[in-house]
Ligand binder design. Structure first.
Ligand code: EPU
Length: 436
């Protein structure tokens, strides 16, 4: 078992300099399973160093694929020898995105057995829309003791799929399953996130015929054969947004590089309302602060709205702004679990159902806190960087699921941050050793 680690941050330093954004987590976790659909080996570039990628590689290898490291962030994946079509609980429970192995295995082999997914504890996260899509394509889905068995009698057939809610995961899974199905599939009320477009571009580069990704109607004409490809994953919109907010929260001046500014529009618009200065370049944005941060109201929505995956980070920023801000969560069930931890740092936030009211106190104070999910962890990192004093963040495995070398990138921007092992003494409590 790995020794648990924590981040120790001495706050109050401004972030300055440049930071390079890695490949998008929510794209790569679909693209890696999608290599199963290829009939030849694929090369995937701009793969981020995050634990969700490690788990995806582990599942691919367990199924019988070969994953070969070629150069930094570039891997050759050969899935042509896959014989197992089963992803057991032990692997699937580690990440939500393990559900993409359902669509990919089903699309390639016409059947699969995959455990119900794990991932961030964000409330009830059903997969009924995923199963509805598979059923529309002619598959029979049975959930038995945590395992999802999906089978077809005579292969998948294209069909009309209408989603009852806008869902990223089910849209991607429907694409994966339909890409080799016989005939035309039309997905309506599809999600439009950049990672959906990226998955479609990856599959199209192998010879798939997917049209309309990025709109709410996606059409897929099934093909029989998908060739190998060499494809670079898009930059991570949420990682970029996180560093933009971190720069603003510390009153710094940071060039956030390797981004697609178009993907950041809703984040830029909200940050500008808060009083942050943002300059846009072809593949970078510069974030600086030259005046007071002010209150705002935000509602999270599916893309192109303000992303739920940026909601905790922006809350941390609003704690530092003047006035009363309001955040309405319009996507996730439970995305305010981090609030108790921010309160330990002096935040004044009241939550009522899906609404949070933030009284900007202008400052935060370092405290021991725990990351309860990935973006909650990112918010605590931001709060810790801006706070006076020392913040220790435990359960950082959540952060490492989605952020590539966050402490290294922050240190290069001038942050005082260290990753330390959590040493349990004989009574089980931790010795106080967090000066940095
Ligand atoms: N929903 C259903 N039934 C379904 C699927 C979804 O009711 O079958 C509901 C969900 O309960 C939720 C809403 O639809 O209320 C949206 O869920 P969605 O399917 O879009 O979310 P997801 O695919 O489970 C992905 C990201 C999340 C991100 C959401 C929303 C991945 C692996 N995960 O989750 O990312 O918050 O979309 O954009 O792509 C993160 O990166 O921190 C993260 C949690």
């Amino acid at each position: 078992m790995k020794t648990p680690k924590k981040f120790v941050i001495k706050g109050g330093r401004t972030l300055n300099g440049e930071v390079e954004i890695s490949g998008a987590k929510n794209a790569v976790v679909a693209i890696l399973p999608a290599t199963i659909l290829a009939d030849e080996p694929c090369v995937v570039e701009n793969v981020p160093d995050i634990s969700d990628v490690e788990i995806s590689f582990r599942i691919l290898r367990e199924l019988g694929a070969t994953v070969e490291y070629l150069s930094p962030h570039t891997y050759r994946i050969d899935t042509t020898a896959i014989r197992s079509h089963c992803v057991p609980y032990e692997s699937a429970r580690r990440m939500r995105a393990s559900y993409y192995f359902m669509g990919a295995l089903l699309g390639k082999f016409g059947h699969c057995r995959v455990s119900m997914p794990g991932g961030c504890p964000l409330g009830d996260r059903p997969i009924d829309q995923h199963l509805k899509a598979f059923a529309k394509l002619g598959a029979a889905c049975k959930v038995d003791r945590g395992m999802v068995d999906i089978t077809t009698q005579d292969g998948l057939k294209g069909n009309q799929i209408f989603f009852d809610c806008v869902t990223v995961g089910a849209t991607m899974n429907a694409i994966l399953a339909a890409v080799k199905a016989e005939g035309l599939t039309v997905i309506e009320n599809a999600a439009k996130e950049p990672h959906i477009v990226d998955l479609a571009s990856f599959l199209n580069s192998m010879g798939a015929e997917i049209m309309g990704a990025g709109t709410d109607t996606i059409k897929i004409r099934g093909v029989k054969y998908l060739r190998g490809t060499d494809y670079a994953v898009i930059p991570d919109q949420i990682e970029a947004g996180t560093y933009m907010v971190a720069a603003a929260a510390t009153g710094g001046n940071v060039l956030v590089k390797n981004v697609i500014p178009k993907h950041l529009e809703s984040i830029i618009s909200v940050m500008e309302k808060i009083g942050v200065k943002i300059e846009q370049f072809d593949d970078a944005v510069r974030v600086s602060v030259d005046g007071p941060l002010v209150k705002t109201s935000i509602k999270t929505r599916p893309h192109p709205g303000f992303p739920t995956d940026m909601q905790p980070q922006i809350s941390a920023l609003l704690c530092l702004a003047e006035g009363t801000s309001m955040i309405k969560e319009g996507v996730s069930e439970q995305r305010f679990q981090y609030v108790d931890e921010l309160r330990r740092m002096g935040a004044d936030i009241q939550v009522d159902g899906k609404v949070a009211v933030i009284e900007g106190t202008g400052h935060l104070t370092g405290a021991p806190v725990k990351a309860c999910d990935l973006r909650a962890g990112a918010a605590l990192m931001i709060a810790g960087l801006a706070a006076q004093g020392v913040t220790t963040i435990e359960d950082i495995y959540h952060i490492e699921r989605g952020y590539s070398d966050m402490e290294g990138k922050l240190r290069a921007l001038g942050a005082c941050i260290e990753k330390k092992a959590i040493i349990q003494n004989e009574t089980g409590s931790q010795p106080d050793q967090d000066a940095v």
